[in-house]
Design a binder for this molecule. Structure first.
Ligand SMILES: [Mg+2]
Length: 260
């Protein structure tokens, strides 16, 4: 039986950029209490992990003892947080330098502008397209707070983002670019992707590849979950959080923890 259940976040545990549903939260709480180590890994910032995952878990009754089985691999696992005595503590962090952030940001903006995909006029007040997430720079075509429908429609076949990536790679070739979420591109130092995160996860939690079951929606070549597949970790490809819930009910059923 697997010890670690690891999850991509957007489109795997939730509707992109929104909190997980209370139904998903209840399933995760049951898994935490059944002593699975639950390890979300995503390009998001730590604050987003709190809003999207931890707060809903607390709403369905998660206590500190439960949260100790929850391990947060933030910014694709280039930052790791665990629950200590009373609060979250950061175990490690591998940030980009200011010069690297500036180089990537400029390449993404130039690429998007040249291609006519720089949608500044569609941003909500205070929102931004390019965000420094410390260990990576993230391009979100319509900003962080655009509506879900609008985002789904923007680039359903990933073609716009593939073009932006191709051009950004010419402008700033020292960095790696990955397509994720519905409108996002993550840029980082090569190797600082989910392979980095999963490798550190195994080290920190003292587990082997074979102990892990990973869930992701972007497991195709070029997608941000693909590196995990390539590592040889058992992976379940899902279309959305409903698929994930279905699989989690199956796992809870097998270990006899689906019902009280
Ligand atoms: Mg995803």
């Amino acid at each position: 039986m697997k010890k670690v259940l690891s999850f991509d976040v957007d489109q795997t545990l939730n509707v992109a950029k929104t909190p997980i549903t209370l139904d998903v939260a209840k399933l995760l709480l049951r898994l935490l209490r059944a002593d699975f180590l639950i390890c979300p890994i995503s390009g998001q910032k730590f604050d987003q992990f709190l809003v999207q995952i931890v707060d809903p878990l607390k709403k369905v009754g998660a206590e500190p003892a439960d949260l100790r089985n929850l391990h947060l691999f933030v910014a694709q696992g280039t930052q790791y947080y665990r629950f200590g005595d009373k609060d979250w503590e950061r175990v490690y962090n591998f940030p980009l330098t200011d010069a690297q952030v500036a180089e990537i940001s400029s390449a993404l903006e130039t690429a998007a502008r040249e291609l006519g995909f720089w949608e500044e006029d569609k941003l909500k007040p205070g929102d931004e397209i390019i965000e420094n997430r410390l260990s990576q720079v993230t391009f979100s075509a319509l900003g962080q707070s655009a509506g879900t429908d609008e985002k789904y429609k923007w680039d359903p076949d990933c073609k716009k983002r593939e073009k932006i990536v191709a051009r950004a790679k010419e402008l700033a070739p020292d960095f790696a670019y990955e397509i994720g979420g519905t409108t996002s591109i993550n840029a980082f130092i090569p190797g600082m992707n989910k392979v980095f995160g999963m490798t550190h996860l195994m080290e920190e939690l003292h587990v082997e590849k074979s102990d892990i079951l990973y869930f992701g929606d972007m497991t195709q070549p070029g997608g941000n979950d693909y590196p995990v597949v390539m590592m040889g970790i058992d992976t379940i490809t899902v279309r959305n959080h409903e698929d994930t819930s279905f699989a989690l009910r199956g796992i809870l059923g097998v270990v006899g923890a689906l019902e009280d």
